[in-house]
Design a protein around this ligand. Structure first.
Ligand code: COA
Length: 197
């Protein structure tokens, strides 16, 4: 695909402003960069459960939406990431597209740290909700979002997202929409999933 630009724009796709990196032990959490796209694609491929998108799609996320995409770096390797963007019409929400942690780093709280880091970045400070679609069979993902909802003392409700028929000829599970909203924090976090997990 050819690159479109106006005369006043730079010769390459501009990257979004940077958020603050944070080091926690051996893990550095930082905004995604163009050079992370290929590693993110590989991590998605290794996950075995996430929809595998083209490297081009991850390049767009790591450039146009870099301020709402976080990677976890250990040494030279990307061992986790979360990709997200502000959905049109809901400017104070983030739609979390994909989150993954390499098998070698799972079960250590990294998925939760990625989500917490994302919503506390300066460019996300006005965010009061996240949305994500999670297939009912993906227990780890559901537990991760439940955990994040508890951390935020947020309401978490499940709404209709994408139905199997929406995927056309592809065989695909339903993707109900989880909405985690802390605009009115509750003393007792309310998690209300109707999924099958
Ligand atoms: C989902 C995923 C990102 C979780 O990453 P992680 O770093 O292992 O998660 P954390 O250690 O931060 O755990 C967060 C919560 O989820 C729970 N959890 C994590 N993996 C779990 C599993 N396999 N089964 C049940 N619960 C699980 C943890 O117990 C924790 O809950 P708690 O806070 O109540 O104790 C990781 O399993 C993964 O990459 N899976 C493949 C990709 C995927 O399915 N992504 C989500 C859809 S976009």
């Amino acid at each position: 695909m050819s690159e479109l630009r106006t005369a006043s724009e730079s010769k390459t796709v501009p990257e979004s402003p940077r958020n603050s990196p944070v080091r926690e032990g051996s893990i550095l959490l930082r905004s995604a960069r163009r050079s992370d796209a290929a590693a993110i694609e590989q991590l998605v491929s290794r996950s075995g459960v996430l929809d595998h998108n083209s490297c081009y799609a991850y390049l767009l996320l790591c450039t146009h939406f870099a301020d709402s995409c976080v990677v976890a770096e250990r040494g030279d390797a990307i061992v986790g990431f979360v990709t997200a963007y502000r959905p049109p019409g809901r400017p104070r929400s983030l739609f979390v597209w994909q989150v993954a942690v390499d098998a070698s780093a799972r079960g250590q709280g990294l998925g939760l740290r990625l989500l917490k880091h994302l919503v506390t970045q300066p460019t996300c400070q006005d965010i009061v909700a996240i949305q994500a679609t999670v297939s009912p069979s993906n227990l780890a993902s559901r537990r991760l979002f439940e955990s994040f909802a508890r951390h935020q003392r947020a309401r978490c409700v499940e709404e209709t997202g994408f139905e199997p028929a929406d995927f056309g000829k592809d065989s695909h599970e339903a993707e109900p929409l989880l909405v985690i909203d802390w605009s009115a924090p509750t003393p007792t976090p309310h998690v209300s999933f109707t999924g099958k997990s």
